[in-house]
Design a protein around this ligand. Structure first.
Ligand code: CP
Length: 320
């Protein structure tokens, strides 16, 4: 693996999941792999899980991890080609990225979309420029359109849980849109759809209100419905997530507060386990009664972020 930007960088999803589960059992098995190597974690946006889990993963592989909060502590970066930099930006990515590449063996970046200009966001300008100019492998810690480390952790979590549910031959997985107070990126939903489709071991349904259709380059292969109740029937896993509109880009066509998942709604499912990437707004996106129940997998998902990151960084270190 040279970079990790999307599921398309993964040759074998099952092998990567198995590697992650191996690291969960034996975290220090490859501690010599990253000896004397450094990984840089650049954050242009806030994070709890991604930041700490990636640091822990790197440490388990013997690497030194350095976190840099570009948004708070760095020079304001410019990404526009040919920009006349007489405004607020101070340093061009063309200049910053090669320097960072000279410091680190692997460079990891988190950046969010603007939600203002769909073409720019979906071109993934920021992460692609780091890939172009850094000269070292780049790992996405969430980009404008995708969150692959989260999705890998999500598949790991489902695989791990399925071992305890031997009666399920092919799980029904539902990605269910949730209400929110402000427009959020489509990254987690796009990425989860892309990974579940590529994994190919589930009946996959996406449920959202009208106006919230995702980009079909990621959803292809899923059944799509505007009827949440119909989607929940017989579901084994329900992944709850808000996203803003893709077509009327960044808009929130209507609040749809009735789309919040509750235990009453979940009664139609096959005792479904409920997932969310966190952070979650309780009693807006998901009810307390679900989050505090045994059906919630959110803590397991967050914990599995370490093993997902470790499996990916390990592959890059091996040049596999
Ligand atoms: N799920 C996730 O990426 O969490 P953080 O934003 O806290 O990193």
């Amino acid at each position: 693996m040279k970079n990790f930007i999307s599921v398309n960088d993964v040759a074998n999803i099952d092998a990567l999941v198995q590697k992650a589960l191996f690291y969960k059992q034996q975290p220090l098995a490859d501690i010599a792999l990253g000896a004397n190597k450094k990984i840089g974690l650049l954050f242009l946006n806030p994070s709890l899980r991604t930041r700490i889990s990636t640091q822990l993963a790197a440490k388990n592989l013997g690497m030194e991890a350095i976190v840099f909060n570009v948004d708070k502590e760095g020079w304001a970066l410019e990404f526009a080609v040919g920009a006349v930099m007489n405004g607020t930006t101070v340093e061009h990515v063309k200049d910053a990225a090669p320097v960072l590449g000279s410091y680190f063996d692997i460079l990891c970046i988190r950046t969010f979309p603007s939600l203002q200009n769909r073409d720019e966001d979906y071109a993934e300008t920021i992460i692609h420029q780091f890939m172009q100019y850094a000269g070292v492998p780049v790992v996405s810690l969430e980009s404008a359109t995708l969150h692959p480390l989260q999705s890998l952790a999500d598949i790991i979590t489902i695989k791990e849980d399925l071992v305890k549910r031997s009666s399920i031959v092919k799980p029904k997985i539902v990605l269910s849109w949730a209400p929110h107070i402000k427009p959020l990126p489509q990254c987690v939903a796009n990425s989860f759809a892309q990974w579940v489709n590529a994994w190919g071991e589930a009946d996959f349904v996406i449920a959202h209100p009208e106006g919230y259709a995702l980009d079909d380059q990621f959803t292809g292969g899923a059944s799509i419905t505007n009827n949440q109740s119909e989607a929940l029937q017989g579901a084994d896993y329900v992944y709850v997530k808000n996203w803003s509109a893709y077509h009327d880009y960044g808009a929130m066509p209507a609040p749809h507060t009735d789309w919040m998942l509750t235990n009453t709604k979940l009664a139609q499912s096959n005792n479904a386990k409920v997932m969310h990437c966190l952070p979650v707004r309780r009693n807006v996106e998901l009810s307390d009664d679900i989050l505090d129940s045994e059906n919630s997998l959110v803590t397991l998902q967050g914990g599995n972020r370490v093993w997902a990151a470790q499996a990916v960084i390990g592959e890059i270190l091996r040049g596999a």
